[in-house]
Design a protein around this ligand. Sequence first.
Ligand SMILES: NC(=O)C1=CN([C@@H]2O[C@H](COP(=O)(O)OP(=O)(O)OC[C@H]3O[C@@H](n4cnc5c(N)ncnc54)[C@H](O)[C@@H]3O)[C@@H](O)[C@H]2O)C=CC1
Ligand SMILES: O=C([O-])CC(=O)C(=O)O
Length: 333
Amino acid sequence: MAKDPVRVLVTGAAGQIGYALVPMIARGVMLGPDQPVILHMLDIEPAAEALNGVKMELIDAAFPLLRGVVATTDVAEACKGVNIAVMVGGFPRKEGMERKDVMSKNVSIYKAQAAALEQHAAPDCKVLVVANPANTNALILKEFAPSIPDKNITCLTRLDHNRALGQISERLNVHVSEVKNVIIWGNHSSTQYPDVNHASVITTNGAEKSVKDAIANDDWLETEFITTVQQRGAAIIKARKLSSALSAASAACDHIRDWVLGTLKGTWVSMGVYSDGSYGIQPGIIYSFPVTCEKGQWSIVQGLKVDEFSRDKMDATAKELMEEKSLAYSCLN
Ligand SMILES: NC(=O)C1=CN([C@@H]2O[C@H](COP(=O)(O)OP(=O)(O)OC[C@H]3O[C@@H](n4cnc5c(N)ncnc54)[C@H](O)[C@@H]3O)[C@@H](O)[C@H]2O)C=CC1
Ligand SMILES: O=C([O-])CC(=O)C(=O)O
C-alpha cells in the first residue's frame, strides 16, 4: 500500500542551502525512495519572488515522490501540519555587526518560529536547526515550543561529522564508507571537538583497525586534523564566496534519514541534542554527542572512555555554549 505523504518544512528555502536541499527531499534522499512528501517552503517577503521560482522548478522537475508544494512567507501557513521541520532560515552576520546583534536577530526569529511550530506543526514534529548559531537557535526554539518534546529538537553537526570522515578517508586513501564512529562533541563552531579516539577503518586488506593505529600520527590527529574540520566551513566560504550549501543539504538529509529510519548496526553518528548530563556535560544546552537511532528515537552512546586531552576540549566547547546561552537570554530581555 502506498504510504501517506510526510509534510517537510524547509525555512530559508530560497537561500543557498534551501535550493540544494529541496530537490534532495523531493527525490527521496531524506526519507527514502518509497516515501511521498509534501514540501512546505518558508522565506521572508524580500525573497518571495525567488521562492516562487524554486516552486516553479520543483513543479518542472516532475518528481514522482513530490505530492505538493506550499511556498509562503506566512510562518503559520508554512508550519501547518508539518511532521519534519528543517530550519535553515536565519539572519547572517553582516560587516560591522557585533556577535550580540546577530544573536539578537536570530533569537527573535527562532522565538517566533518556535511559537508557530508549537501552534501549527504535528505534535510529534521532528525539528532540525541548521541556521547559525545552530545549537543556540535550537535551544531558543526548544524554550519557546514547550509542547514539542525536548528529544524532538536537534541541531546539525552531521556536516562536521561527515567532514571528519572525509579527512580520515583522504589521509588513509580509503573510501569514506570504510571509516566510521568519529565523534563531533559540542558546538557547531570553531570550538567543536572532532574526536577519532573510538573511530575505526576497514583497511585495504579488509581488516578493521582503529583510526589512531591506521594513521599512526597522533600529532596530526591532535592538531591539523582538528583545525581542518573546525575551519572547514570558513575554508569553503573563502573558496566559493558562498556557504557550503551542497554538503550542508546532504548532511541535513543524512541527519533526518538516520533519525527516522535508524543508524546502521555498530555505527553511530553525531547530532546536536539537549544534554541529559551524559559525559559530564551540563543539562540546559544543545550539545553534539555520538548517538544511535532506532524507531525514530536517538540515544546517546554511553560508556566511551574520555582521556584528559578530550576532556579539556569537550569542556571548552561546552563553556562556549553556556556563554552563547547567556548572550541569547540577555537578548530576550
Ligand atoms: N549547521 C551547519 O552545519 C551549517 C549551517 N549553515 C548556516 O545555515 C544558514 C543558511 O545558509 P545559506 O542557505 O547559505 O544562507 P542564505 O543567506 O543563502 O539563505 C538564508 C535564507 O534564509 C532566509 N531567511 C532569513 N530570515 C528568515 C526568516 N525569518 N524566516 C525564513 N527565512 C528567512 C533568507 O531570505 C535566505 O533566503 C546560515 O545561518 C548558515 O550560517 C551553513 C552551513 C552549515
Ligand atoms: O558559517 C557558516 O555559515 C558555514 C558553516 O556553518 C559551515 O559550513 O559549517
